[in-house]
Write a protein that binds this ligand. Sequence first.
Ligand code: EPZ
Length: 431
Amino acid sequence: MTKYVIHGGKPLFGEISISGAKNAAVAIIPATLLVDGVCRIENIPQISDVTLILNILQDLGADVRTVNRTTVDIDCSHIHNSKVPEELARKIRASYYLIGALLSRFGSAEVPPPGGCDLGGRPIDQHIKGFVSMGADVDVKGGYIHAKAKGGRLTGTTVYMDIVSVGATMNIMLAATLAEGLTVIENAAKEPHIVDLANFLNSMGADIMGAGTDVIKIRGVERLGGGMYSIIPDQIEAGTYMAAVAAAGGEVLIKNVIPKHLECITAKLVEMGVDVEERDDAVLVRRTGKLTRTNVKTLPYPGFPTDMQPQIAAVLCLAQGTSVVTEGVWDNRYRYVDEFRRMGAQIQVDGKIAVIEGVEKLTGARLRACDLRAGAAMIITALAAQGTSEISNIHHIERGYEDIVRKLSGVGADIRVVITPDEEQSEATAG
Ligand code: EPZ
């Protein structure tokens, strides 16, 4: 078993550079299916979710070439297969983007239901509603979602989202890009990765307007051609390191970010007594004094991101006073709370609300990452805690954080990857 061992209680000093955004990459890579030509994608994060989605494309017949550590060339021109392999697709939530992309390109798709973090119910009814209103027949049989456009090509229409959904907004954008006529998405999600997907598609020849607002208009085009595109920096990775500095103390320059995307996180940290100084493409985060309580409610962008909820809760465990966290997106995103309690945190959860009584100190413990962001939050509590913590199930964390051990070690954290004797005798220093 591989785990992280963290000796906590050391403030963090130095610089961390942020990688490309996971939730943009896992949509833009499937979007290359629409392109007739080579797409050079830069600033790709090296994380296991990206490897999986690239493997799925290769399995479908795409030519994927690594140019350097963060750049790949993807050519999907010669693909003729619209059936996605089950084993790979079930491991990743973003495999649902293959439905929209394959429907757009071939007029049909066969994709297994998506996997991903267990955050309570994760329906895709809004995605399906969009495809059906554009003229697709969609049904589930034999463990696969089968979608087929009547007449072989989807037709543009107006799709009203009953719920603001990141995935459904991007999936319908993909489906509409090569459809006949105009598609209007009303009550669309506005996250930075939605704008990034639209920018990618437009740079390849699509006609998409309004991404980043709640009405997106997509005029279908006949074909997209190849080109070059660089993925935006990861808002949540940056926010996670900001929270780590807030909890452990110290001063860290977080580089390669878009400060505007971090405003919702910055605002909360400032309320808690953390100094955040915005630069052009960096934020300087400093925490020297005590943390003070605040309340946080997660909402779709530009609200406070649900993907930062466990990490901000980790910081609030050490803030003076009582804080209330309200989860406004997912039904069950407090599965980490029992692990925090083992470190001495005082948290009560009732449905979507967590009440946190700040404590003077947390103490190291053995922890189990239950999903990606919960795992990241456990690293934050462990960095701030007195003594040693061990975090197992780290594959969840590696799905979404590139080189997290190296990046934290670079700012003075005492964190190592340890391979326990049941697999190997040696202890490996992470890098
Ligand atoms: C994306 O998931 C992200 N995943 C999630 O990040 C993130 O938590 C979420 O957006 C919200 O920001 C990826 O981008 C791969 P939604 P997604 O559709 O698209 C309900 C992480 O840690 N809903 O915006 O699946 C749904 O149940 C991950 O990086 C429906 O009811 O989320 C939820 O309550 C975890 N019907 C809400 O909408 C639908 O058809 C928002 O979900 C779709 C969603």
